[in-house]
Design a binder for this molecule. Structure first.
Ligand code: 5GP
Length: 186
């Protein structure tokens, strides 16, 4: 039997990674879908754990070979995608799978597996708070910060495309609500 798909999406900076990590710590039968990306590795990140880091030409080869379930050029020349082999690997382990991906990717996986996927859109309290969080992240250059704000503004408009909207105004409350949504679904 295939595990279910829990797809957590949001504009960058809305707190979805914190929510995904919490759910992974809490539930042993849920595993993280490690995406592939062509962006450069941040200092604390590990290849094969946070992402499979590929260069843009390796990434494009895999696109051509049909190896992705979905992929997006989230920022110019920065590709992100879910490998079919990754989803299969976690299904073979008998796990439900959690994804931390952008809004278009989330929408596309939902279309591919409408019957056993749940999409959760993490909503920041306000656009201003989201931009402030991005600014305080430390990992962004002024240029990448500008790109992320532009993209986040667009992504905020997608909330009604998803099964559930999770307001991240108070983190403890949001984590409890995320647990509730997952327990109700799996
Ligand atoms: P970051 O560079 O901050 O790790 O991620 C940038 C954006 O790409 C985030 O919104 C993240 O969720 C999204 N992302 C990560 N992996 C994937 C993926 O496999 N597919 C898609 N479509 N987006 C992804």
């Amino acid at each position: 039997m295939k595990g279910k798909l829990i797809i957590v999406t949001a504009p960058s900076g809305a707190g979805k990674t914190t929510i995904v990590r919490h759910l992974l710590n809490k539930y042993d039968d849920i595993a993280f879908s490690v995406s592939a990306t062509s962006r450069s590795k941040r200092e604390h990140e590990k290849d094969g754990v946070d992402y499979y880091f590929l260069n843009p030409s390796e990434f494009r080869k895999k696109i051509e070979a049909g190896e992705f379930l979905e992929w997006e050029e989230v920022y110019e020349n920065q590709y992100y995608g879910t490998l079919k082999s990754e989803v299969q690997r976690l299904w073979d382990e008998g796990k439900h799978i959690i994804f931390d991906i952008d809004v278009k990717g989330a929408y596309n996986i939902k279309q591919a597996y409408p019957d056993f996927s749940l999409t959760i859109f993490v909503k920041p309290p306000s656009p201003e708070i989201l931009f402030e969080r991005l600014r305080n992240r430390g990992s962004e250059t002024p240029e990448s910060y500008r790109r992320r704000v532009k993209r986040a503004t667009l992504e905020l408009q997608y909330e009604d495309k998803f099964d559930k909207v999770l307001l991240n105004d108070d983190l403890d409350r949001a984590l409890k609500e995320a647990e509730f949504l997952v327990e109700e679904f799996v």
